[in-house]
Design a protein around this ligand. Structure first.
Ligand code: SF4
Ligand code: SF4
Length: 575
């Protein structure tokens, strides 16, 4: 360990408000690992919520680990220093349990790197009872844990607030009883919301295609995801504030969870259904009594403007002179009150997500937003004094044609014209990503669009906007899109190839090629509804028949209305 590295961590800690540090040995040690940088990880509200719950037990100390950036990472490697925690600068390998928050497929390799730097064996089967137990949760673990099944001892399927206490209780009790790792894992596998992959064995046909999952008779055949019915029993705000994140000292508050809009591409809308709102009085009280150091409040939720008391809340924040911002807005629920409130809080850019440029495509994805809604948002942005407008789009969606891209460029031009007419001289920023099919959505069976077609369509957009001074086009790397798509719907074998690629220091694409596989073919696989899928032994609460119906509705461009009281359509509200 070098003193420079230790000092650096202590400097980070000194800039924080709210971190809880316990002397090593005073409590049992739980490592919370976020497989990305401190800046990214500290903006993750799930990490803050679990930090409060784990430390609130009284018997466990939760300490954070992040992937060090550039120079610090090089220094760790140069000095062969194992990764250290923020709170006490202890080594990761000294922790009894390592909890990982996995939000993005592109962070899988970061997790492997962090474990390797910490001298922790990557494969769960090689770690004995004295070595840390690795528990992976978060959205990626929930919708398809299989690519990391060799690494994790346990996955949390669904929301973590309730299950984290159950997990710790079972582990601590098992250790007191002197249980071995196998018995301990067997006990954990009985808990709703926990998946222990070693008890489930994927089956393949002679061509290596996944055909189903066999399970040990001692564990449930189907793993039900866990969801919190009463959110207000659990914390909903930032635990730690710091100036070292993207949004300096922002106090994040969750207003609602889940989304009932049924956009057909949206994993979050399906895996974290149903929509649940936080109690207004409790929420406001927490915000008004936030730590003095906080500069701005960030209202968090899948669709914040759907919060039933959004106007009461924003009016109260304005009255109390609380600057705030929102994580996501739907153009159809935006009005002048909300736009003015955001502008008064210093927001310079109105961000909305039409997701698709033609009405046909918006019907296919069930976005439920019209071009008129976007015009209204643009006009409101200008009237409230916001300088820029940012629009999020996807291309490569099922049934998309070149004509839909032409319609998108026309739509963008019309929006620019509206901005000019409204006197808005700021930029129109168009962020375009390729659509990646995700498990547990009605589009889970559709392929990633062919990369040649994607390249052509990105080129069409670049050509269309090249000469437009006030239209800025942002796109992402197709290489990353293909990798993300291959991992999102990957199986346990994909995970084995990923481990091999990491160990050998070569790209996954190359490892696959050496084994006669093509990453683009994997990413572009098309499945028949009803076929075996590597995540089918998990239960998100809705029926597969509902997804199939929604897939048919997409093809027929039929609209599906949002969730409502008394609805029993998808199966989640029957639980
Ligand atoms: S509005 Fe649509 S895209 Fe946004 S969170 Fe809800 S389902 Fe997902
Ligand atoms: S049963 Fe109806 S209200 Fe409940 S989550 Fe499903 S669609 Fe929404």
């Amino acid at each position: 360990m070098t003193w420079e590295l230790k000092n650096k961590i202590q400097e980070i800690l000194a800039k924080e408000t709210g971190a809880q540090c316990f002397a090593p040995g005073a409590r049992r040690a739980f490592a919370f690992l976020y497989p990305n940088s401190y800046k990214v990880g500290m903006s993750n509200l799930g990490m803050h919520i679990l930090y409060q719950i784990i430390n609130g037990r009284g018997d466990t100390a939760c300490e954070r680990f992040f992937l060090p950036d550039g120079k610090t990472l090089a220094e760790y490697k140069r000095t062969k220093t194992p990764l250290m925690s923020i709170e006490t600068q202890r080594q990761l390998a000294d922790f009894e349990i390592i909890g990982v928050m996995m939000s993005f497929e592109m962070d899988y390799t970061n997790l492997l790197a962090m474990l390797q730097m910490s001298n922790i064996k990557l494969r769960a089967a090689e770690r004995n009872e004295k070595e840390p137990l690795i528990v992976i949760g978060g959205p990626c673990a929930t919708f398809n844990p299989e690519p990391l099944a060799e690494v994790a001892d346990v996955f949390v399927i669904g929301e973590g607030e309730e299950v984290i206490n159950d997990l710790l209780d079972v582990v601590y009790k098992g250790r007191e009883q002197g249980l071995g790792k196998e018995e301990l894992l067997l006990n954990l596998a009985q808990l709703e919301g926990l998946y222990v992959p070693r008890f489930y064995t994927p089956q393949y046909d002679a061509d290596g295609n996944f055909t189903g999952m066999e399970h040990d008779s001692r564990v449930p055949a189907i793993v039900k995801r866990r969801w919190v019915r009463d959110l207000d029993k659990y914390p909903n705000t930032s635990a730690i504030l710091t100036s070292e994140t993207e949004f300096q000292n922002m106090f994040i508050a969750e207003v609602a969870r889940g989304c009932g809009r049924h956009c057909r591409f949206c994993m979050a809308g399906y895996c974290f259904r149903k929509p649940r709102a936080r109690n207004y009085d409790l929420l406001l009280d927490k915000i008004l009594n936030r730590p003095a150091v906080s500069e701005k409040v960030g209202l968090m939720g899948a669709a914040v403007s759907d919060y039933p008391q959004i106007h009461e809340l924003t009016s109260a924040l304005i009255q109390n002179k609380v600057p705030f911002t929102v994580a996501s807005l739907r153009a159809d629920t935006l009005d002048s009150l909300l736009a003015d409130a955001l502008a008064q809080s210093g927001q310079q850019t109105m961000t909305v997500a039409p997701e698709a440029g033609s009405e046909k495509m918006r019907n296919i994805i069930n976005k439920g937003i019209t071009e008129e809604d976007i015009y209204k948002a643009v006009t409101l942005a200008a009237a409230s004094g916001m300088k820029n407008v940012k629009l999020y789009y996807m291309i490569g969606l099922p049934q998309e044609e070149d004509a839909d891209i032409d319609e998108m460029t026309e739509m963008v031009r019309r929006i620019r014209k509206k901005m000019d007419e409204a006197g808005n001289k700021g930029d129109l920023i168009i962020s375009v990503n390729a659509f990646v099919p995700k498990p547990f959505t009605p589009f889970q069976w559709s392929p990633l669009c062919n990369t040649k077609i994607l390249k052509k369509r990105f080129k069409m957009l670049e050509t269309a906007f090249k000469k437009e001074k006030h239209i800025k086009l942002l796109t992402e790397s197709l290489k990353e899109t293909v990798l993300q798509a291959a991992l999102a719907r990957g199986n346990r074998k994909t995970g084995q190839f990923l481990l091999q690629a990491f160990m050998e220091g070569i790209p996954l694409k190359q490892v696959l090629k050496n084994s006669g596989l093509d990453i683009e073919k994997l990413a572009g696989a098309e499945y028949e509804p009803g076929c075996p899928l590597p995540w089918k032994h998990l239960d998100m609460g809705f029926k597969e028949a509902y997804l199939i119906k929604e897939w048919e509705n997409a093809k027929a461009q039929r609209f599906t209305p949002m969730c409502f009281d008394g609805c029993k359509r998808c199966g989640v509200c029957e639980e």
